[in-house]
Design a protein around this ligand. Structure first.
Ligand code: SF4
Length: 167
């Protein structure tokens, strides 16, 4: 059986309780791989935030036609747009020559979560997963002795709280 997503843990959004399901080890080393290899979805709210910092739509969106992606809650669908790549390259337009993000302070939620994703299990429970075949070289899953799943989930918890409180 091919395991695509490994559950890292669960978070109770009401109580802030964490449960580690699998130990993984991750620290971003700014390789920029994720900014080259992935199609990055942005929501309308995120687009407005980027525009507020002086960027024009034609500088950073592939198209003004949205794509619809499955949401994380019951049957929801999210209207999204895709970030542009640099000409003749697979790099996101916001990646600079030092592998830094030019819009780090207001970058899309998908970039903040990567290489993790979440699934809403029930009203308050959220499961955090990592794609074990992701392009990120800095994820060790399964056999790691230096796991930091708990620390990862604490970071994701504050990210998700901001997201859910702002929706
Ligand atoms: S917005 Fe920033 S973090 Fe996201 S893919 Fe582009 S360069 Fe990378």
């Amino acid at each position: 059986m091919i395991v695509r997503d490994l559950p890292v843990g669960r978070i109770n959004l009401d109580t802030g309780a964490f449960q580690v399901l699998n130990e993984v080890e991750f620290a971003c080393k700014s390789s920029g791989d994720c900014c080259r290899m992935n199609e990055i979805p942005v929501t309308e709210g995120e687009i407005e935030a980027i525009q507020e910092h002086g960027w024009e739509l034609d500088q950073f969106l592939v198209s003004l036609s949205p794509v619809v992606i499955p949401g994380k809650t019951d049957g929801a669908r999210i209207k999204s747009y895709i970030l542009k790549k640099k000409p003749f390259s697979r790099e996101c337009v916001f990646l600079d020559e030092h592998n830094r993000c030019k819009i780090h302070e207001y970058k899309p939620f998908a970039c903040r979560m990567y290489p993790f994703s979440y699934e809403v299990i029930d009203k308050n429970q959220i499961e955090i997963r990592v794609h074990v075949q992701s392009v990120c070289r800095n994820v060790q899953a399964g056999m790691t002795k230096n796991g930091n799943s708990m620390q990862i989930m604490k970071g994701i918890f504050s990210l998700l709280k901001d997201k859910f409180l702002s929706e």
